[in-house]
Design a binder for this molecule. Structure first.
Ligand SMILES: [Zn+2]
Length: 700
C-alpha cells in the first residue's frame, strides 16, 4: 500500500509530476476534519473543510507547522546529510556525517538494528499494516517493512521523514510510505486503517510541544491511535518506567535530566523543573499500573508488559514478566554477590525496571506474538525435540540478529532470527559452514561448535535453530584468558591441521591473500570515506613488503574462523566450552591468522591499545620472549609452521581484522575504524619498507 504515487519508480529523484485522485490512498484523511483528500494544483485539498496541504518532494505535509524541527543533530547538518543521502546513499551519508562530526554516536543510533527486536512481540507478520508514529530516521520503519505488509512512517520533522523515505527506497523496500504530520487534531488516517501502531519513545515527548494538561494530551493521542486501529489492532509502546530503580538511586530522570523528577508528585516536579530548567515538567511517564489506566482511558483492552534491558533505545534483552522461565533467567550473575543481588531484585523487576515494552490490544482478545507463534512452530516441527519454553530473548548488535534461548526437556537451544538482509545471508550460509567445520574438527573440539538442528521460515521470517553451548564469553572474563590460552591454541591448531591443503609457495599464498585483502580494504574504505589515494599507496607498499619477506618455498593453506577474538570464545569451569560466530569463515586462508588476531586483541586490552597498534606491538613482540612466546611456539610446532613467517602473517592478520570491521554493512563505525584501527598501523607497516628483511623482523 502506497499512500501516494507521485512519480514513476524510474524517476524517483526527478521533478514532481502531476498527480491524480486515483493515486491517493483512500486511508489518508484531513488532519483537521478527517474528510477525504483530493489533489488540486499539485497540492492536497480537503473535500470537507477545504484546507490545503503541500507536497514537499512527494511527501504529504499534513501539518500546520511545516518548518518544525527536532533532531539529534542541528538542522543545517541534517540538511547536509539529506543532500548527501540523495547523492551517495544513506549509509555513506551517515559515514560522512560521522567523519565530519568526529563522533559515531548518531551513526550508531540511526543504523543499529537492535531496537527493531521489539517487533517480534507483535502479531500478524506478513499480514499487518503498520504505522510507525514518530519514525525519526527510519531505523524501526525499515526493519518493520521487511516483516509486515506495509509501513507508514510518520514524523513532524520534514528532514527526518524525507530521510526515512530515501532510506527505504535505497534499501529496496517498496512497502514504505512517509508522512509529515503530528501537530494537528487528528492523525491523518481514516478510522480502522492500520493493524499496528508503534510508539517508540514518543508518548512521553508528545505533551512537550503542546499546551494543556500533559496527561490529557497523552490520552488524546492514544484515543486517536485507537481510532485508526482496526478492531483486532495492536499498539506497541516503548517507554521509561516512572518508578525505575535507578531514579530512586539518584540517577537523573531521562527527559529532564533532573534527579528524582519522575518520582515526585507532578505539581512538585513542575515547580522544581520551572525553578531549575526554567521549563515546565511535561514529560509524563507512569508506573505499570499508571500505563494500564492510561490505556484503559483511551479505550484499549488489557495490555501485556515486557521489560526492556538496559533501555528501549539500546535494547539488549526483552523480559516477558509472565513467563516464569524467562523471569528466572532475567538476571544472571556469576559471583555470589551478584547472585544475592539478583535474588532480591528478580521479584521486584517488573516494578523497577528502566523501560517497558507495552503491547496493548484494541479489544479484549489478544493474538499470539510472533515469538509465541515461533515457539509453537518449533514444537510442532520437533526442532527442539518436543515441548519447549522461551528462556532468554536478546539481541546481538555485532551480528544484527536476535537470539531466543529455548529450554527443552533435557537440552537448551538457540533460535536466531536476522534483523537485516545482510544478517540473513550470513545465517543462511552459516549452516553449511558449521557442518563443514564439524566434519573437519577432531574430538573434543567438535563439541565446541554449535550444531544446527534446523532452519526455516515462519511468516516470511528466516530462523535458524542450533544447540546452545554453556559458558560466558572470554571478553567478559578477561582474567581467564592466559589460563585457557593453551586450549585456545589447541583449537586453532586442530582447525589448521585438519583443513590444511599444500600450496606451491608461501610467497604466492601470502602475497595473493594480502593483495585481495588490500583490494577489499580499499574499496570498503572508498565507500565509507570517499576517495582515499594515500591509503591505496600505503596498502600497495605493505603488500609489496609481504612479497619480499616471504620465501618462495612450499607451504600450506587452511580454514579460518575469521572472527576469532575472546568475545566469540566461551569458557565454562575454566575450560573452553564453545567457539561461536562463524560468519567470517573462509575455507582457504594463510595459517595462523586466527590465533594472531586473538593475541592482538588480548595484548591491546592489557595495554589499552586499540588503534591498530596492538598488531604493531604483537609484530614487535614476536621476536622477543614474552607472555605469548610459549603458546605461539606450541601452535607453530604442532602445525609445522616456520616461525620466520609470523611477522608477515601478523601484518596479514591486521589487514584481515580491519577488513572484517570495514566491509560489514551492519557495523556502525566509521571514524573509529579509520582513525583508530587503521591509520597508525598502516603508517608503521609501510615504514618498514626502509629496513632490510632481517631488521624488519626485529623492528621497533
Ligand atoms: Zn478538512
Amino acid at each position: 500500500m502506497r499512500l501516494l504515487r507521485v512519480c514513476p519508480p524510474a524517476s524517483r529523484h526527478g521533478e514532481l509530476t502531476r498527480i491524480t485522485d486515483a493515486e491517493i490512498s483512500p486511508i489518508l484523511a484531513c488532519p483537521r476534519c478527517l474528510a477525504a483528500l483530493a489533489v488540486f494544483d499539485d497540492q492536497l485539498m480537503c473535500r470537507g473543510c477545504g484546507s490545503t496541504y503541500v507536497l514537499r518532494d512527494g511527501i504529504p505535509m499534513l501539518c500546520s507547522h511545516e518548518d518544525f524541527y527536532y533532531g539529534e543533530v542541528g538542522r543545517p547538518e541534517m540538511r547536509e546529510i539529506l543532500k548527501d543521502t540523495r547523492q551517495s546513499g544513506w549509509r555513506a551519508a551517515m559515514w560522512h556525517h560521522s567523519l565530519r562530526s568526529e563522533s559515531d554516536y548518531f551513526l550508531k543510533y540511526v543504523t543499529s538494528p537492535s531496537r527493531a527486536m521489539s517487533k517480534f512481540l507483535l502479531s500478524d507478520f506478513g499480514e499487518a499494516d503498520v504505522l510507525d508514529y514518530g519514525c525519526g530516521l527510519g531505523a524501526l520503519t525499515t526493519s518493520l517493512a521487511s516483516s509486515f505488509r506495509s509501513v507508514i512512517g510518520l514524523d513532524l520533522t520534514y528532514e527526518r521523514a524525507a530521510f526515512t523515505e530515501l532510506r527505504a527506497q535505497q534499501d529496496g523496500l517498496e512497502n514504505v510510505s512517509v508522512l509529515c504530520a503530528g501537530d494537528l487534531e487528528h492523525i491523518p488516517l481514516q478510522q480502522g486503517s492500520v493493524d499496528v501502531v508503534i510508539l517508540n519513545g514518543i508518548l512521553e515527548w508528545y505533551p512537550e510541544w503542546r499546551g494543556g494538561d500533559p496527561h490529557q494530551q497523552q490520552v488524546r493521542l492514544l484515543r486517536e491511535i485507537h481510532r485508526i486501529l482496526r478492531p483486532t489492532g495492536q499498539l506497541f509502546i516503548g517507554i521509561e518506567n516512572r518508578a525505575a530503580l535507578r531514579y530512586f538511586l539518584g540517577y537523573p530522570e531521562d527527559h529532564t535530566r533532573l534527579r528524582f523528577a519522575s518520582l515526585l508528585p507532578r505539581l512538585v516536579a513542575d515547580f522544581y523543573s520551572k525553578a531549575v530548567r526554567k521549563k515546565p515538567f511535561r514529560n509524563y511517564t507512569y508506573t505499570r499500573r499508571g500505563y494500564s489506566r492510561l490505556l484503559q482511558k483511551a479505550g484499549f483492552g488489557k495490555a501485556k508488559f515486557y521489560g526492556i534491558l538496559p533501555n528501549y533505545r539500546e535494547i539488549e534483552r526483552i523480559v516477558d514478566f509472565s513467563a516464569p522461565s524467562v523471569r528466572a533467567a532475567s538476571l544472571e550473575g556469576r559471583t555470589p554477590i551478584r547472585r544475592m543481588r539478583n535474588f532480591v531484585l528478580r521479584p521486584l523487576l517488573p516494578s523497577v525496571i528502566h523501560s517497558y515494552g507495552i503491547v496493548a490490544n484494541c479489544g479484549e482478545t489478544r493474538s499470539p506474538s510472533f515469538l509465541e507463534e515461533l515457539l509453537a512452530h518449533l514444537e510442532k516441527e520437533g526442532l527442539c525435540g518436543g515441548s519447549c519454553e522461551a528462556e532468554r530473548f536478546s539481541s546481538s548488535p555485532y551480528t544484527s540478529t536476535v537470539h531466543l534461548r529455548v529450554l527443552a526437556k533435557n537440552e537448551r537451544f538457540v533460535v536466531r532470527a536476522p534483523l537485516t538482509l545482510h544478517a540473513e545471508d550470513r545465517l543462511v550460509r552459516e549452516r553449511e559452514v558449521l557442518l563443514e567445520v564439524q566434519r573437519s574438527l577432531s574430538e573434543p573440539f567438535r563439541q565446541m561448535v554449535p550444531r544446527v538442528t534446523g532452519t526455516g521460515r515462519l511468516r516470511g521470517q528466516f530462523y535458524s535453530v542450533a544447540s546452545w553451548l554453556p559458558g560466558v564469553d572470554l571478553a567478559a572474563e578477561k582474567g581467564q584468558i592466559l589460563e585457557v590460552l593453551p586450549e585456545v591454541c589447541d583449537f586453532a591448531a586442530d582447525l589448521t591441521a585438519n583443513t590444511r591443503t599444500p600450496c606451491k609457495s608461501w610467497r604466492e599464498l601470502i602475497h595473493a591473500q594480502a593483495k585481495s585483502a588490500a583490494a577489499n580494504l580499499f574499496s570498503a574504505s572508498r565507500q565509507r570515506f570517499g576517495g582515499f589515494e594515500e591509503l591505496s599507496k600505503k596498502l600497495d607498499t605493505i603488500v609489496e613488503l609481504l612479497r619480499q619477506d616471504v620465501p618462495d618455498t612450499p607451504g600450506f593453506a587452511c580454514a579460518l574462523h575469521g572472527d576469532f577474538w575472546p568475545g566469540n570464545v566461551l569458557v565454562e569451569s575454566r575450560h573452553v566450552s564453545g567457539v561461536l560466530d562463524w560468519d567470517w569463515f573462509q575455507a582457504y586462508s594463510a595459517p595462523g591468522i586466527d590465533l594472531l588476531c586473538f593475541l592482538a586483541w588480548d595484548l591491546g586490552q592489557s595495554h589499552n591499545w586499540q588503534d591498530g597498534n596492538e598488531f604493531v606491538e604483537l609484530y614487535r613482540g614476536l621476536t622477543t620472549p614474552g607472555p605469548y612466546t610459549h603458546f605461539v611456539g606450541q601452535f607453530t610446532s604442532s602445525v609445522g609452521l616456520d616461525r620466520a613467517l609470523l611477522p608477515a602473517l601478523t601484518i596479514l592478520a591486521w589487514m584481515h581484522r580491519v577488513n572484517c570491521v570495514l566491509s560489514d554493512p551492519d557495523i556502525f563505525l566509521a571514524r573509529e575504524v579509520m582513525q583508530l584501527k587503521m591509520a597508525d598501523a598502516a603508517k608503521f607497516f609501510s615504514r618498514l619498507e626502509q629496513l632490510g628483511p632481517a631488521e624488519r623482523r626485529s623492528a621497533s
